[in-house]
Design a protein around this ligand. Structure first.
Ligand SMILES: *Cc1c(COP(=O)(O)O)cnc(C)c1O
Length: 390
């Protein structure tokens, strides 16, 4: 229903492909090919095989016994933290690298903020023997040294973007420039953002999350649909994948949690849906944080993966139609939720995922309800932040 894009790649009023004319051919090539490839038998079997024996899927749906007792309901955790490389991002990069291979591409371009998508891209490029170039803001390179080292160890070239604030937005501009200069490369985007067909393509590749939840819940509870699914939103890919197969199931409440940073009434926030306005970013029409002159406001969150000034057009649309409820959690909320999960269930979540977990404290559930929270990634990368705080 709400996930269906029209021919031009719009979800309601949001989406589309607002790109430099020089990229038209690249985008057309991808748009004309992606559905046929994604739906081909070859692609499907190779994708399924890699998810199984390389990524480690299906990921468990863990019944959180102690958390359930604490909140007086039935809580399940979808364990994307157990994927190879530690988060859901690999579901997408595996899919896109296969697509690139089908299109005969030999060089992969990506941009990364926190470095998580860069690592997931470098990983699949190594696996497929393709050249990998990752654009990254010079400031982010300094802040995310371990991920830069990982990318380099995997054989990727990390190119610092030295323009602007030297963060994700600048790396995105450089990646697009690179693609224009090297049209035979494949641009591998890390979330449900960017020009059509990327948001649709990435949601389809992440939809494995809700596909598995349905099968797993049917076995556990005798019904495929939970009462509620909760996921965090940066660009929105783990949430899009987690909601995908429930969008038309009206009895399933869908909750997305944005990063409020230090609070939505401060200037240090990343709660795009809550405070954003309509504009254009990264080739699509969506909600974003901008000032009165249309200049993008640098977002802030304790969690680097949610620190994005826009949001996928799907989410702008789902917020507008009301199908998904968007709430926000502050840095403090997320830190507390991470600790609660760690001591109750023996799982240290990524700071991003801790935002989804923080929703449990803000909501009320009935005893027999079934709640699924997406643990989008593991917390190893965030230990320094946790150590400084606790
Ligand atoms: C990147 C990242 C996110 C945010 O990205 P989405 O596209 O919104 O899913 C969330 N959790 C983890 C662990 C991440 O690495």
């Amino acid at each position: 229903m709400n996930y269906k894009i029209n021919k031009k790649g719009f979800y309601g009023e949001f989406g589309g492909a607002y790109i430099p004319e020089l990229l038209r051919r690249n985008i057309d090539e991808l748009e004309n090919a992606y559905l046929d490839i994604l739906e081909s038998k070859d692609f499907k079997s190779e994708y399924a095989r890699l998810l199984d024996n390389y990524v480690g899927r299906p990921t468990p749906l863990t019944f959180a016994r102690n958390l359930s007792a604490k909140y007086q309901t039935q809580i399940y955790l979808k364990r994307e933290d157990l994927n190879h490389t530690g988060a859901h991002k690999i579901n997408n990069t595996i899919g896109q690298i296969l697509l690139a291979k089908h299109l005969g591409k030999k060089r992969i371009i990506a941009e990364t903020g926190a470095g998580q998508h860069g690592v997931a891209t470098a990983t699949v490029c190594a696996l497929f023997g393709l050249e990998c170039v990752v654009h990254m803001g010079a400031l982010d390179i300094e802040r995310q040294a371990p991920n830069v080292a990982r990318m380099q160890m995997l054989g990727a070239t990390v190119i610092p973007s030295t323009s602007g604030n030297q963060t994700l937005k600048d790396a995105t501009n450089e990646a697009i420039r690179d693609w224009i200069a090297n049209p035979h490369s494949f641009y591998l985007i890390g979330s449900v953002v960017g020009p059509h067909p990327y948001p649709d393509m990435v949601s389809r590749l992440q939809s494995i999350i809700s596909e598995e939840i349905k099968e797993q819940l049917a076995k556990e509870q005798g019904r495929q649909n939970p009462d509620c699914v909760i996921a965090c939103v940066g660009g929105g890919s783990n949430a899009a994948g987690a909601f995908y197969h429930f969008i038309d199931e009206k009895e399933v409440d869908l909750i997305a949690v944005e990063a409020a940073g230090k609070g939505i009434d401060t200037s240090e926030t990343a709660a795009t849906i809550t405070i954003g306005t309509t504009g254009f970013i990264h080739g699509s029409k969506t909600l974003l944080m901008q000032d009165d002159d249309g200049q993008i406001i640098e977002p802030y969150s304790i969690s680097a993966g949610l620190d994005y000034p826009g949001v996928g057009p799907i989410h702008a649309h789902l917020a507008k139609t009301g199908r998904v409820k968007y709430i926000s959690a502050t840095d403090e909320d997320a830190l507390i939720a991470a600790k609660v999960l760690a001591i109750n269930e023996g799982i240290i979540p990524a700071l991003e995922s801790a935002h989804a977990l923080a929703a449990l404290d803000k909501m009320q559930f009935k005893k027999d309800e079934v709640i699924v929270v997406i643990v989008s990634g593991r917390g190893d990368k965030d230990m320094e932040t946790y150590m400084n705080h606790f």
